[in-house]
Structure formats: C-alpha cells, structure tokens
Design a protein around this ligand. Structure first.
Ligand SMILES: *Cc1c(COP(=O)(O)O)cnc(C)c1O
Length: 387
C-alpha cells in the first residue's frame, strides 16, 4: 500500500484525477486564448449545474466565506432588515457577516438536530419588511437539510431576497435555483463541486442583480464589489480578455474539468447518486446501533452525515482508530455538542466502494473500541442498499 487514506470529511473531499491534473499543467496567462475559453466555459456550466439559466455566475479567488461575504456586501445597505434562519454554525457566521454591512438582523435558531418550522419563519416575515433571508441548505455542523422550495415560495410571497448557503450542497443536493426562486446560491470549490480549496462560487438571479444595481450607497467592500467583478465575468462569458484581480488560473481550469464531469453524469443522476449513498450510509450507522444527529430522516442531508458516538466511547480514540483503518472523518463542529459526534462527508466523486470502505472502517473501529453490536451488520446493510 502507498499509505493513502480516503478523505471523507465535509471538504476538502476526494478529487477526480483529471481535476488534479488540471492543477498541475503549466500556468498560462489569464488572458491566453485557451484560458479565456475555459473560464467562459466554466461560467456557462455553473448556470447548468445550479439550474439557473438566467443567473449571473461569479468565480472569485477565496473560500466559501468570501462567497457569503460577496452576497452580503452587494445586497445589504445600512439599516436593511435581514432574517437569518440558522440551523447551526454557519447560520451564526452569516449573521456576523450581515451585521458588518449594517443590516438589522433577526435570527431564528433551530433546536439541535432540527430545522426551524416554516410557520415560525412566515410569522416573522409578516412582522417586518425584510430585504433578505438567508438559510443554510445543508448545515455542515449538524448534517441537517433544509428544503429550499418553501424558502423560495416565502421569498416570492413576501418579496424578500433568498440567499442559500449551499457551500455543503451545490452539485450534490437537488437545487433548481431558478425554478425554486432562490436569488443567490453560493458555494466553495472544495466541497461537492470537487475542486481543491480556493474558489468562491455564486450564481445571482436577475432580481439580485437589479437590487445591487439600484443601491443607494456604494458597496463598502472593495474586493467583493460586483462593480469590479461583473465586467470581468461578462468579458469571459463573451470569450474576451479582461482584468480586475488575477484569477487563479489552474483552479479555474480544474473547475472547468470538474463541472464537465458533473454535467457528463447529468444533474438528475448526480442528485440520485447522493441520495442513494447517503441513505446507505445512514442506515448502516443505525444498523450498528448509532444515532444520527438530525432528528428525522426527511431532514438528513445527502452530502454529509453527522452521527453521535455510542455511549461510553471516547470520540478522539474512536476517530483515531478509523484513521488507522485508512479513512479520515471529521469531529463535531457545533459548539455545545462538539465532543459528542463525528461527521462524514459523502459527496462529489466518491463511489459505492468508497462508501463501503468508510462503513467498514467505522465498523472495525467500533469493534476495537468495545461497542457491542452484531459485527458485519454495517457493511451488510450498506451493500444491500447499494446493490
Ligand atoms: C464549509 C462551509 C462554509 C465555509 O466555507 P469555507 O470555504 O470554509 O470558507 C460555509 N457554509 C457552509 C454550509 C459550509 O459547509
């Protein structure tokens, strides 16, 4: 063995060899004809992956947090009312970001392992004239999934912009941005999109772009301002050179490669594959007597799972044992429960064998940590659901 390990965390994930190869080809000028074609093609494909044909795609060097920042900086003006629907760690971060731009924020917090009930959100929207509403599609800290559809419907009904934090969902979970009336769907390269870390990615609806165009005050963040980036995206879309800040050439080539792989499979296939792998993973955990963090199956994510450690088992030594078995999983992230659970990313290019290997490593680790269960039931469950 080469001592390789399977990286099963919620990003960075395992990358396709073709994507990694794009990272290592000689870097060209950002205005070289081939690069212009690749960047333009990547922007076109983003709208297909996001299912948002009328949207405006943006690719900016940075992480997912920058994508959140860009949406907030361009859409919020001082005194605007914003509603943050939080299912955990990244909802709190979004409230922080919106606050920096002078938004008056209300936060609705879900109970641990739950979503915020729609009636609660609607009641809030009836009370005040909100400009925008943010929610986390897949909460990376809890493995909880929000259905974006009702958010889009509420956005339409109350004329509120909807921002979907899809950093852990875009290109894995079902998203139909345009049909579902989502104004901004944002992500980062290293999660389900399947490209090494370094790109903030977002698609904005015509309504979001109009809101930005009609601002009273300039965007108070120089690097994030659409005014700087829109002409660049438009230039590459029409296959013309342009410059504002040097684009990360190899990452964008890798993005083009990965989006092409995703579209070769097709979005419907991609959504179904994530559902199938996730279901097999969850049921195999439950078969071994483990409890999932999301309180109900309908709100369990398909891109990652959060699972409680069994009683009496020390999380750190358990995860170390999984690692020794060749698989890397992540610890807890939600402050109040950090030491009680672990997280497994099962998104992007991973296949059934990767999933079974992961279940097998967890199963072996459970055994060596002294958990009592029917040894073998985990992989058996996974194999039955995957075959
Ligand atoms: C990972 C993640 C982020 C932050 O992305 P970075 O690339 O780490 O900045 C934000 N929101 C969600 C839902 C995430 O999973």
């Amino acid at each position: 063995m080469k001592g390789r390990k399977l990286l099963m965390i919620p990003g960075p994930i395992e990358f396709d060899p073709a994507v990694l190869q794009a990272m290592s080809i000689p870097t060209t000028s950002h205005v070289a004809p081939n690069f212009i074609a690749s960047f333009g093609h990547a922007l076109d494909m983003m709208k297909e992956v996001w299912l948002c044909p009328s949207g405006q795609a943006f690719v900016v060097a940075g992480s997912g947090t920058l994508a959140m920042d860009i949406a907030a900086a361009n859409l919020i003006e001082p005194g605007d009312k914003a509603l943050v629907v939080s299912t955990g760690y990244f909802g709190e971060r979004y409230a922080d970001i919106l606050g920096r731009y002078g938004a008056e924020i209300d936060i609705l917090r879900a109970d641990v392992g739950e979503i915020v009930p729609l009636e609660t959100i609607e009641a809030k929207l009836q009370q005040k004239n909100y400009k925008l509403l943010t929610f986390t599609h897949v909460d990376t800290s809890t493995g909880v999934l929000n259905d974006p559809r009702p958010f889009g419907e509420l956005g339409k009904k109350y004329d509120v912009l909807t921002i979907l934090d899809g950093v852990c969902s875009v290109a894995g979970e079902e998203i139909r941005q345009e049909e579902w009336n989502i104004d901004v769907a944002l992500t980062a390269s290293q999660k389900a999109v399947g490209v090494p870390p370094g790109l903030a990615l977002l698609v904005a609806s015509p309504k979001a772009m109009d809101t930005w165009k009609n601002r009273k005050y300039p965007v108070p963040n120089y690097y994030a301002d659409f005014k700087n980036w829109l002409p660049i995206m438009e230039a590459y879309q029409s296959r013309k050179p342009s410059y504002f800040g040097t684009p990360p050439v190899n990452l964008i080539l890798a993005l083009e490669t990965s989006l092409q792989l995703i579209l070769n499979d097709g979005m419907e296939f991609r959504f179904a594959k994530h559902r199938k792998l996730a279901k097999a993973f969850r049921e195999s955990m439950q078969a071994m007597g483990l409890e999932l963090f999301p309180q109900r199956n309908e709100i369990a994510a398909n891109t990652l799972s959060a699972v409680y450690y069994p009683k009496g088992i020390d999380g750190n030594s358990f995860r170390k044992e999984i690692n020794r078995q060749g698989v890397i999983v992540a610890g807890g992230l939600l402050k109040e429960k950090k030491t009680e659970y672990f997280r497994v990313g099962h998104m992007g290019e991973i296949n059934q064998n990767d999933l079974v290997s992961t279940v097998s490593a967890i199963e072996n680790a459970l055994k060596s940590c002294g958990h009592s269960f029917e040894f073998g039931i985990g992989i058996k469950t996974a194999l039955e659901l995957l075959s």
